[in-house]
Ligand binder design. Structure first.
Ligand code: NDP
Length: 340
């Protein structure tokens, strides 16, 4: 089975040459093991924190699930069972959980492997809109941002996997939504196809504080932050009193560990801004069921636009991953490892 690993720990911006493909003979299945043929793997920015060396690791969560050179890269994904020693899984079951950037994965079932509840939707949806990206967007927006109708919402990395869904949920809920992204095409997509009230290309703006003032003359009530850095500083400067910021990700820091955000804490205090970091694992099973049923209904009613960016073949995994940090992806980045 072919699999990917890193050649060395990754510091700064990742490059395709930092990854290598290897071949291994799979060992016999142990008790309760399940052999999965990998079909779709989720390509996620946080993975880079797992690929850094121990010393430069930014937090204990990333440190706990390190990827070291030579080791298979694990990720969220979906596959088909080809052999099973576990009574709950049969050959040909479609399962999702933690698999590898590989053709096959032996899954120890305590690793949260789950059978898919429904085959109503394209399988790839379960890696994106009906998977962790969707749940992060839904939980982060509704539970952390606590929106009210007509709130003014700003989303960064808005054409990305989580961001595009935050914006779409916010519009469906009745908010005013502006997003930012890194290309003209993405900005058009947000306005024309995803129903955002407005959008701008942050790479063309010189002074983000005045940019946000232009798009939000009456201030921002909710900022869903996927990027951190200067955009977070600019958002804080434009927040309304009692505004909420969901700190979802800091992709601008992931490849730039030397730089730190200079947040105005005076603004935070005087405007009583609530900034809350969260992990999707914080949300409850009730939240999950609520997310799944509402999101499936929205998809059936064509009220949510599904934005996927799928590369084909295991060999495309490194470029798919590296592309996240260049802004190559439009919507959820997925690698299809094998045909269904
Ligand atoms: P995306 O699909 O949004 O892909 C990343 C996007 O970020 C790129 O397309 C690019 O778009 C933008 N980007 C890349 N580098 C920078 C930079 N230096 N400054 C600003 N923008 C940049 O990824 P996801 O939707 O999967 O993840 C979005 C964020 O959410 C990430 O920070 C991720 O770590 C976080 N996350 C957090 C979770 C949690 O539980 N808290 C769970 C899942 C994700 P462009 O530049 O064109 O706008």
């Amino acid at each position: 089975s072919k699999f990917f690993t890193i050649k060395t720990h990754i510091e700064g911006a990742p490059q395709e040459s930092m990854f290598e493909i290897k071949t291994q003979t799979l060992p016999p299945l142990g008790p309760n093991d399940v052999l999965v043929k990998c079909l779709y793997v989720s390509i996620d920015p946080y993975q880079i924190n797992r690929m850094k060396s121990q010393s430069s690791s930014q937090n204990s969560v990333a440190a706990a699930s390190k990827i070291t050179p030579g080791m298979t890269i694990t990720c969220g994904g979906l596959g088909r069972v080809v052999a099973s020693n576990h009574p709950d899984y049969q050959k040909n079951d479609i399962v999702h959980g933690i698999i590898n950037w590989a053709e096959y994965t032996i899954v120890k079932t305590e690793n949260m492997l789950r059978k898919l509840d429904t085959l109503e939707f394209p399988l790839s949806y379960h890696v994106g809109i009906l998977g962790t990206s969707g749940f992060t967007a839904f939980g982060g927006f509704f539970k952390i941002c606590k929106p009210k109708k007509e709130d003014k919402v700003f989303v960064s990395a808005a054409a990305g996997s989580v961001g595009n869904l935050v914006g779409q949920y916010a519009k469906l809920f009745g908010c005013f939504v502006v997003g930012c992204a890194g290309t003209k095409q993405k900005v058009e997509l947000l306005k024309e196809k995803l129903g955002f009230d407005d959008a701008f290309n942050y790479k063309e703006e010189r002074d983000l504080k005045s940019t946000l003032q232009r798009y939000f003359p009456h201030g921002i009530d909710i900022y869903f932050d996927n990027v951190g850095g200067e955009m977070l500083e600019a958002a804080v400067a434009n927040m309304n009193a009692f505004g909420r910021i969901a700190a979802c990700g800091v992709i601008s820091d992931y490849t730039n560990s030397g730089k730190h955000t200079a947040l105005s804490m005076v603004d935070v205090i005087y405007k009583r801004i609530m900034i809350q970091g969260f992990l999707l694992t914080d949300f409850s099973i009730n939240d999950y069921n609520d997310f799944m049923s509402k999101t499936m209904d929205y998809i059936r009613a064509r009220k949510l636009c599904v934005l996927e960016d799928i590369s084909c073949g295991i060999e495309s995994s490194p470029s798919a991953f590296v592309g996240l940090f260049r802004g190559d992806n439009v919507g959820k980045k997925i690698v299809q490892i094998a045909k269904e």
